[in-house]
Design a binder for this molecule. Structure first.
Ligand code: AGP
Length: 623
C-alpha cells in the first residue's frame, strides 16, 4: 500500500527520497511525488502518475530538486482515481500551487470523516483541487495552525483529535525550514536517525542502507525531526521518550541478490527461513529436540487453560490458519475456528477469557487483523500474534508474540513468510498437544519434532526439481481457469496454491474441497481445463483421485501433486509432481513449493510483473 519516505540532513534530499521510494515499490502504487525545500525558500512539489521512473525523469533523478529536507510518497489510490493531481504530497494552499502553501504533507491510511471535514473547511473558504482525503487532512492542519496561531505540534494534535481513521502523516511547515513533523495512528511508520540525519519511512527497506537505528512512533503520537535529532510528543503536546531499536535485517536481504525477481529469491530463501524459525523455538535437551516457547511467555498454565482457539487472519495468513486448524485439531483436544479478519471484526463474538485468539500476519500491520486483535483484547480474550515484522502494530499489541524469522519479504505474493507461519502453527499444535496431555508418548513427540526439523532440507530438494515445473507452467500460461482441489489438509494447501496463481498470473483459479465439486463447480469443467489435485493425505487420497477422474471424464487435464512412492497416480493423471515424504501433518510445507513455482513461472511466461501484481499491495493497511 502507499509508501512514505522523509529525509532531513546535509545531503540533497530528493535522490535519497527517490531511492527510498524505490525500496517501497513492492507495496503497490499508482503514482508518486516529492516535496523538497531548499533552505528558507518555498516548497517544490513534483508529482507523476505511473511508475517512479516517471518521477525520476521529471526531476532528473532528483538532482533538479535542491534542498536537504523533503518528503516523498507512493500512492495506492483509495479516495479518487490514480492521477497526478491526486498524487501526494498535498498542499494547504487553495490552488495546486506549491509556492503559496503553508503546509505540505503526505499520508498513508484513510480519513473516514473526510467529507465532513471537507465541508467544514469549505465553510472557512478552503477550496480543494483533488479528490483525496489527504488534501483535506493537510488543509485541516493548516486551518488549526493559522486559526489558533499554534506551533506545528499543537496544530497536529488538534488535527488528530478531530479526524477518524488511520494515518501515518508527515508534514513540513513553511515557517519551520529543516524540520519534518509526523503523526501516526494505525498505519506503519518508523523514524531512523544517524549522526546528522533523520529519516522517516513507512517500512524498513526504505532507509535500511542509511541507518539501522530506528524509533517506533506509537498510536496518537507525534514527532519533530531535524537533522540528526528527533523529539516525540503525546497528544497533550508533552515530550515523551522512546527507545532506539536496532534493526537486525541486513540491507542485502532486501535486494534481489542475483535473482530476476524478489519472489523467486524469496522462494529460494524458504529452506533457511524455515530452519531459522524452527531453531528459534526448538532447543536441544540432551539428545532430544524439544519445543521451547518460553520466549513467547505462553506458559503451560495458560496453555492448559485454553478452551477454544480462534485463528484470525487475511489472505495467505488465513490459509496458514486453515492448515493449522487441521493440525491443531488432530494433535490436541482443542476445537479451532478459522476466521477471516474482515468478517470476524464485524461479527458478534462470544469470546471467553479462556479462549485464545491467534492473529497471523506477515506485516503485522494489516488493518482488519489489527482490528480483530484489538476487539478480542477488549473482550478480555488472550491474544497470540504470529508476526514477521518486529515492532509492527500487531506485534506490539498482542499479549504473546511468536515471531517468524522469514526476514524482509518484498514480493507482494507471500512465500517464505507463509512457510514460516506454517512452522509456527505446527509447533503450537505440538506444544498444545504435549502440555494438555494429548501427546503422551515421548517418542511420538520426538518423532514429530524431528520430522519438522527435516522440512527445510526437503524444501531444498523440491526446489532442485523446478525445471519440470517451468516447462509445464509455460504450457498453461494461456489458461482461462485452473482448479485446485484436495480434501482436508490438501484443501487448505489448494487454497494457497490457487491464490498464488491468480494474484500474480491473473488466471482465474479456484480452490475447491474435492468433495464439493459435484455440488456446482464441476459444471465449469470443460475440455482442457487444468485441474490440479493435491494428494498428500493417505486416507483421503483415493477419494480425491476419484473426484479428479470425474473432472477428467468431463474433459479436464489433470495434474497430480503427491509424494514419492505414489507412482500409481501416473495411470490416472496427465502430469505428476512428487514431493518428499514427511509426516502428513506437515506435508503442506512441501506441497506448496511446486504450486508457488507454478504461479511464478506462469506469470513470467506471460511477461507480467511478478513482484508487483496490478491492484495489489504488500501490506493492506486500510479496510
Ligand atoms: C498473499 O500472497 C498476499 N500477499 C496476501 O493475501 C497477504 O497474505 C494478506 O494480505 C495478509 O497480509 P499480512 O500477512 O501482512 O497480514
Amino acid at each position: 500500500m502507499c509508501g512514505i519516505v522523509g529525509y532531513v540532513g546535509e545531503k540533497q534530499a530528493a535522490p535519497i527520497l527517490l531511492d527510498g521510494l524505490s525500496k517501497l515499490e513492492y507495496r503497490g502504487y499508482d503514482s508518486a511525488g516529492l516535496a523538497v525545500r531548499d533552505g528558507e525558500k518555498n516548497f517544490k512539489v513534483v508529482k507523476a502518475k505511473g511508475r517512479l521512473k516517471q518521477l525520476s525523469e521529471k526531476t532528473n533523478d532528483g538532482n533538479a530538486l535542491k534542498g536537504g529536507c523533503g518528503i516523498g510518497h507512493t500512492r495506492w489510490a483509495t479516495h479518487g482515481e490514480p492521477s497526478e493531481i491526486n498524487a501526494h504530497p498535498h498542499i494547504s494552499s487553495y490552488t495546486a500551487s506549491d509556492a503559496e502553501a503553508n503546509v505540505v504533507g503526505v499520508h498513508n491510511g484513510i480519513i473516514e470523516n473526510f467529507q465532513e471535514l471537507k465541508a467544514k473547511l469549505a465553510r472557512h473558504d478552503y477550496e480543494f483541487y483533488s479528490q483525496t482525503d489527504t488534501e483535506v487532512l493537510v488543509k485541516l492542519v493548516d486551518y488549526y495552525y493559522k486559526k489558533y496561531n499554534m506551533g506545528p505540534i499543537d496544530a497536529l494534535a488538534k488535527t488528530i483529535v478531530r479526524v477518524r481513521g488511520s494515518y501515518a502523516l508527515a508534514v513540513m511547515f513553511k515557517d519551520y525550514p529543516g524540520e519534518i513533523y509526523v503523526a501516526r495512528k494505525d498505519s506503519p511508520m518508523i523514524i531512523g536517525v544517524n549522526e546528522d540525519e533523520s529519516y522517516i519511512a513507512s517500512d524498513v527497506p526504505a532507509i535500511l542502507k542509511h541507518t539501522r537505528n530506528v524509533y517506533y512512533i506509537g498510536n496518537l503520537e507525534m514527532a519533530k525531526l531535524s537533522a540528526g535529532a528527533v523529539t516525540f510528543f503525546n497528544l497533550d503536546g508533552d515530550e515523551i521518550t522512546k527507545d532506539l531499536v536496532e534493526i537486525k535485517w541486513d540491507a542485502e536481504a532486501a535486494e534481489k541478490g542475483g535473482y530476476e525477481h524478489f519472489m523467486m529469491k524469496e522462494i529460494h530463501e524458504q529452506p533457511k527461513a524455515i530452519m531459522d524459525t524452527v531453531n528459534k523455538y526448538v532447543k536441544k535437551d540432551g539428545d532430544k529436540n524439544v519445543i521451547d516457547l518460553s520466549e513467547i511467555g505462553l506458559t503451560d498454565d495458560v496453555i492448559k487453560d485454553i478452551s477454544q482457539v480462534y485463528i484470525v487472519a487475511c489472505g495467505s495468513a488465513w490459509h496458514v490458519g486453515m492448515v493449522s486448524q487441521y493440525v491443531i485439531e488432530d494433535l490436541t483436544d482443542l476445537q479451532v475456528r478459522v476466521e477471516l479478519a474482515s468478517e470476524f471484526r464485524y461479527r458478534k463474538k462470544h469470546l471467553k477469557p479462556t479462549d485464545l485468539v491467534i492473529i497471523i500476519s506477515q506485516s503485522g500491520e494489516t488493518a482488519d487483523s489489527l482490528a480483530a486483535l484489538r476487539e478480542s483484547k477488549e473482550l478480555g480474550t488472550k491474544t497470540l500474534a504470529i508476526v514477521n515484522v518486529v515492532g509492527s502494530s500487531i506485534a506490539r499489541e498482542a499479549d504473546y508474540v511468536m515471531y517468524t524469522l522469514a526476514g524482509p519479504e518484498i514480493a507482494v505474493a507471500t512465500t517464505k513468510a507463509y512457510s514460516t507461519q506454517l512452522i509456527c502453527g505446527y509447533l503450537l499444535a505440538l506444544k498444545f498437544g504435549e502440555v494438555r496431555g494429548v501427546i503422551t508418548d515421548e517418542e511420538k513427540l520426538k518423532y514429530y519434532v524431528d520430522e519438522i526439523m527435516t522440512i527445510s532440507d526437503k524444501v531444498s530438494k523440491v526446489l532442485d526439481d523446478k525445471e519440470r515445473l517451468q516447462w509445464f507452467a509455460s504450457k498453461y500460461a494461456n489458461a482461462h481457469d485452473i482448479f485446485f482441489i484436495g480434501r482436508g489438509l490438501d484443501y487448505a494447501i489448494s487454497l494457497e496454491g490457487s491464490l498464488k496463481m491468480k494474484e500474480i498470473s491473473y488466471i482465474h483459479s479456484e480452490a475447491y474441497a474435492a468433495g464439493e465439486l459435484k455440488h456446482g463447480t464441476i459444471s465449469l469443467i470443460e475440455d482442457g481445463t487444468l485441474v490440479i489435485g493435491v494428494l498428500t493425505q493417505e486416507d483421503l487420497y483415493e477419494k480425491t483421485v476419484s473426484n479428479m477422474l470425474e473432472c477428467k471424464s468431463r474433459g479436464a487435464y489433470l495434474m497430480g501433486l503427491t509424494t514419492y512412492g505414489k507412482y500409481e497416480i501416473e495411470d490416472n493423471v496427465n502430469f505428476t509432481v512428487y514431493v518428499p515424504n514427511v509426516d502428513e501433518h506437515f506435508a503442506g510445507s512441501l506441497a506448496i513449493i511446486p504450486l508457488q513455482l507454478m504461479a511464478y513461472y506462469t506469470t513470467v511466461s506471460k511477461g507480467l510483473d511478478v513482484d508487483k501484481p496490478r491492484n495489489l499491495a504488500k501490506s493492506v493497511t486500510v479496510e
